[in-house]
Design a protein around this ligand. Structure first.
Ligand SMILES: C[S@@+](CC[C@H](N)C(=O)[O-])C[C@H]1O[C@@H](n2cnc3c(N)ncnc32)[C@H](O)[C@@H]1O
Length: 248
């Protein structure tokens, strides 16, 4: 019974993630969904900045803290390890829902193009960014990244072996070390109409991504994979494709 509850919890977490992910495409791109990055009742710029910084800060803190190995070690003394990843995914997705709901637009236009070709290209680049994100998750392990593998193994009572994580260096991971983050950055910047609110979102998230991968994720990856990761860093650039050999 407990295993079934754990399994259902993981499935719900995954469904919430899928909805939040799909909504993000509409939210950032101002497509289809009811509330987007540029919609909503305008409040003063100062108030909007305060609100939006708090929302982005909340996401950054949750993401940075809960992804650290030391936190996971402590946390899995409290919750079953089978749902550690699902809980992370669920909380991240719920914070995103809060962000979509409470995001305060600042609609002054910073740049805009009405040229049809430019609009088409920018929209194509936008969707290409999201496609890179989605495909890259399968290149490392989509099902493990979103907690599904863990809840399936738990349901099937598979003997939990302590498996050393595998470093993936295939497909997009041969071009850059962080294709998922590259995809996000592309999607956040590619727009035919850049408003002040959208620009602040793009700058803040890009800075957070760069700092988090350099000082948090790669530090963990070097600890986990040791020399293998250091060799990978020498061969493959961090986030800008085709910029020669990688650097730390
Ligand atoms: C949200 S994913 C982002 C991965 C990567 N930063 C990217 O942008 O494509 C974070 C998880 O991927 C894992 N990870 C990062 N690079 C990896 C690689 N090359 N192979 C396997 N796992 C990786 C990290 O340990 C972390 O658990």
């Amino acid at each position: 019974m407990k295993k079934l509850i754990v399994f259902l919890y993981g499935i719900i977490a995954y469904v919430v993630f899928l909805v939040a992910f799909l909504y993000a495409i509409g939210f950032v791109g101002n497509f289809i969904v009811p509330k987007t990055i540029d919609s909503g009742v305008g409040i003063s710029v100062t108030q909007a900045l305060l609100f939006d910084s708090l929302l982005l800060g909340l996401f950054a803190i949750q993401h940075s803290v809960m992804a650290r190995p030391a936190f996971k070690k402590w946390w899995t003394n409290i919750i079953p390890s089978a749902i550690e990843r699902s809980t992370y995914v669920l909380l991240s997705s719920l914070i995103l829902v809060l962000l979509y709901w409470q995001w305060q637009p600042i609609t002054s236009v910073v740049w805009k193009t009405e040229n049809k070709t430019a609009v088409t290209i920018l929209n194509a680049v936008y969707f290409f960014g999201w496609l890179i994100v989605f495909l890259s998750t399968f290149m490392i392990n989509h099902f493990e990244l979103f907690g599904l593998k863990q809840i399936f193994e738990n349901l099937l009572s598979r003997q939990k072996q302590v498996q050393h994580p595998v470093l993936k260096m295939i497909f997009f991971y041969q071009i850059v070390r962080h294709p998922i983050m590259l995809g996000f950055i592309i999607a956040f910047w590619a727009t035919p109409v850049m408003t002040m609110g959208h620009l602040i979102f793009a700058i803040t998230t890009t800075l957070y991504i760069l700092i988090a991968i350099k000082f948090l994720e790669e530090k963990d990856l070097r600890k986990i994979h040791g020399q293998e990761y250091e060799e990978y860093q020498k061969k493959v650039p961090m986030i800008v494709p085709f910029t020669g050999k990688g650097t730390r």
